[in-house]
Ligand binder design. Structure first.
Ligand SMILES: [Zn+2]
Length: 328
């Protein structure tokens, strides 16, 4: 493997932080220095349907594609009709399946890989690392507020799983919930060599071993010393994430014609998640009307849907504008 292969493959992995399908034409792929036949052979690039429109290279307007006598033609509002270059018509879709398979094998996972949110979250399996058995999840788009909420809503409540992310590691402001001892960038784990994809588990093993070595003796949870306000904020954030996550999962199941089962959060789940006592959780929910409303919404399907729609609208407003469309 030479360094230019590894850099261009890093860009491939990095693109995994974009949500949705990434489709690129052959000019864009050439600028990323991906070797199309090789990437295709490894299953990293899959041919996609030709585009309905392209950027006119003369004037930068969007030109519609139509077919005349079986030949693609571009209709540019400024330049008129012309035959577009081949490289703009050949589209390739980025496929991360081989990367996920390499992670599965490289980590020596057992149990089957489950797709939890299409294109966003996978339960990879279970692996033994640093003397522990851990569930492993893979996620994309972790720093996007909407995806982040549904990812958190669909992860187990305990703190023992490992999360492997495409692209950037979670940023503190976007996802305060994630801790360094269980989040790893796939960039540091998977590389492309002469004979295909390789997963190196050393970064995970070393981090976990170091943490185990330096871990302080477990002190009891904050218990009754925790301030009720802190607990309320934590419960509020978890409930919001859970509600948006459920709503998202419900919509996804509907779209894919899959069975959806409404999951509720119980007070005892918060006791476990936050390591505080039952009375504290009970009081935190009862004493804050907003948290109380959220809790009710997490128990009732119709309320959950209404609340999720409201939260998503608020989030959209807070963002000020719609996210930019992805590269296509
Ligand atoms: Zn034009």
């Amino acid at each position: 493997m030479n360094s230019s292969t590894s850099t261009s493959f890093n860009k491939f992995l990095q693109m995994g932080s974009v949500i949705g399908d990434a489709e690129l034409d052959e000019a864009e792929i050439a600028s990323l220095k991906w070797n199309i036949p090789r990437y295709q052979q490894l299953g990293l690039l899959v041919p996609a349907s030709p585009p309905h429109e392209i950027y006119c290279e003369t004037c930068d307007e969007m030109a519609k594609i139509f077919y005349f006598n079986g030949t693609a033609q571009a209709a540019c509002p400024k330049c008129g009709i012309y035959t577009p270059p081949r490289y703009q018509l050949n589209l390739w879709r980025v496929c991360y399946k081989p990367v996920i398979q390499s992670l599965y094998t490289g980590l020596g996972c057992t149990e089957s890989t489950d797709l939890i949110i299409p294109n966003v979250l996978w339960k990879l399996g279970r692996c033994g690392v640093a003397g522990q058995s851990r569930l492993v999840y893979v996620a994309r788009g972790i720093n996007n507020p909407k995806t982040n909420a549904s990812i958190i809503g669909n992860l187990p409540n305990n703190r023992t799983f490992l999360l492997l992310v495409f692209g950037n590691l979670p940023q503190k402001n976007a996802c305060p919930d994630f801790e360094a001892d269980r989040v790893f960038s796939i960039n540091s784990l998977v590389s492309l060599g002469e004979d295909g994809l390789h997963t190196d588990t050393a970064p995970i093993r070393e981090t976990l071993e170091l943490l185990l070595k330096t871990a302080l003796p477990k002190v009891r949870g904050p218990g009754k010393n925790a301030k009720i306000g802190d607990v309320q904020i934590k419960i509020r954030d978890r409930l919001e994430a859970h509600i948006i996550g459920e709503y998202d999962r419900m919509e996804t199941c509907e779209r894919l014609d899959m069975q959806y089962e409404f999951k509720t959060l119980l007070q005892k789940d918060f006791v476990k998640m936050l390591q505080v006592n039952k009375v504290m959780v009970h009081r935190a929910i009862r004493e804050d009307p907003y948290v109380n409303d959220l809790f009710k919404a997490s128990q009732d399907f119709d309320l959950m849907c209404a609340t999720a729609r409201h939260l998503l609208k608020e989030e959209q407003k807070a963002l000020g504008k719609r996210p930019k469309p992805q590269a296509s």
